[in-house]
Design a protein around this ligand. Structure first.
Ligand code: C5P
Length: 233
């Protein structure tokens, strides 16, 4: 991986406010090298929280899944890039011009990841929204689009990692949510895999939310996942 800042675990801070985020970060004990700030927390706390974590030396994935016309996404990305997140997500469904506009606006410090197909969607859901599936084919199609548009990587389910890896240039990042330690509840995720299986399939970074947030000891749960990923915590 050309983008190594520690271990491969990204803890999703899916909590309602800054106090809860600080509490979860403290309980994680610095085990995951990355934290992910998503829609819930960003809507509550805004850019200041990203600045605070980056300022404290944290590596941040800003998971806003931007999806709008290219001009709007470019302008939003221009506002977001100076916050210092290492990774920013946009939706591949926004199209080639939108992806390229985000990449250009993000500059070199913030890497743009294209979300291919949400891991909560299965083939029946894709049919429901009129998208041409199956999910595995759509993910690959959108990964090609992300590569052509200059994105640094994609977000895909662990089930598609190997296929994306096979068509991706060296250094292209594959980041996977939908990761569940053996025995953990899948919740609304429909295309899940264990951390070890996701890594074996070629994931560079794995995103884990509820299995860490809801664990009695999040640091221990994170340590177990990092060990499963084949790394020292
Ligand atoms: O709790 P869980 O491990 O399912 O959390 C997964 C996280 O990854 C959530 O924050 C979700 O928004 C995010 N995500 C996802 N699927 C994608 C992109 C991001 O589940 N395709």
């Amino acid at each position: 991986m050309s983008f190594s800042v520690g271990n491969r675990l990204i803890a999703a801070l899916d909590v309602p406010d800054g106090a809860a985020a600080d509490a979860l970060v403290a309980r994680l004990g610095g085990v995951p090298s990355w934290i992910k700030i998503g829609l819930e927390l960003f809507c509550a706390e805004g850019p200041a929280l990203v600045r605070a974590h980056v300022g404290a030396g944290g590596s941040v994935m800003l998971d806003l899944k931007l999806h709008d016309i290219p001009e709007t996404v470019a302008r939003a990305t221009t506002r977001l890039a100076p916050l210092g997140a290492g990774l920013l997500t946009v939706h591949a469904g926004g199209g080639r011009a939108m992806l390229a506009a985000a990449v250009e606006a993000a500059g070199s410090a913030t890497r743009v990841l294209a979300v291919t197909v949400l891991t909560s969607l299965d083939d029946a859901d894709l049919a429901d929204i009129g998208a041409v599936g199956p999910a595995s084919a759509l993910v690959l199609h959108r990964a090609r689009l992300a590569i052509a548009a200059g994105c640094a990587g994609v977000v895909a389910s662990p089930h598609e990692v190997a296929a994306v890896r096979a068509i991706a240039p060296a250094g292209f990042l594959v980041v996977t949510p939908g990761v569940r330690p053996a025995g953990a509840a899948a919740g609304d995720q429909k295309r899940v895999m264990t951390p070890a299986a996701a890594r074996a399939a070629g994931a560079d970074l794995v995103v884990v939310g509820r299995p860490l947030r809801d664990a009695p000891d999040p640091a221990a749960a994170a340590r177990a996942i990092v060990a499963e990923l084949g790394e020292a915590a």
